[in-house]
Ligand binder design. Structure first.
Ligand SMILES: [Fe+2]
Length: 170
């Protein structure tokens, strides 16, 4: 059974972030599928290691993007990323022990680890970017209107020719 299924309401609206979240979901599902079977368990460890390193890359990508768009709560998000990374790193350490087995609690943790991150934090990035783009579009439209008005005002006034009545003598 699949642990996590991608849903449209997980979409942040930033293609890079959404693609990376889908990959994180795929890795968590892969770990979930492989961990229970004794034969595939080494593969699960391999997938978990990949998840930890990919999470780090993903957080870096998000932080670079937040910096680029001027996201106001970057420092707060960085702190949360650090905590998220640390918690998954601890899990990796824990599961690297010979006798350690990932159980239901581990899976619930992974599920929350990703979904809380997407739904609580990353949605804010998408919302901020949409508001920023809407504001920029509105400013561009206002500027276009202002320029058109300026151009119209600068044009020479239309001359109205007055017809002269010629009086033809009889
Ligand atoms: Fe994210």
């Amino acid at each position: 059974m699949t642990l996590l299924s991608w849903r449209d309401d997980y979409r942040v609206g930033v293609p890079l972030i959404d693609t990376e979240h889908q990959y994180l979901i795929a890795l968590i599902n892969e770990f979930h599928d492989k961990h229970a079977n004794r034969i595939t368990r080494p593969l699960a460890t391999f997938v978990l290691n990949r998840l930890v390193s990919y999470a780090e890359e993903h957080f870096q990508h998000e932080e670079t993007l937040m910096l680029k768009i001027g996201f106001p709560r970057l420092a707060h998000q960085q702190k949360l990323h650090e905590q998220l990374y640390f918690s998954i790193f601890l899990l990796q350490e824990e599961l690297s022990r010979e006798d350690a087995i990932a159980d239901g609690k581990t899976m619930r943790f992974l599920r929350h680890w990703l979904l809380d991150h997407i739904l609580d934090e990353d949605m804010d990035i998408g919302d901020f970017l949409r508001r920023k783009n809407a504001k920029a579009a509105q400013a561009a439209e206002e500027e276009e209107y202002r320029q058109a008005e300026e151009k119209a005002a600068a044009q020479a006034p239309i001359k109205v020719e007055t017809a002269t009545l010629e009086v033809v003598p009889e």
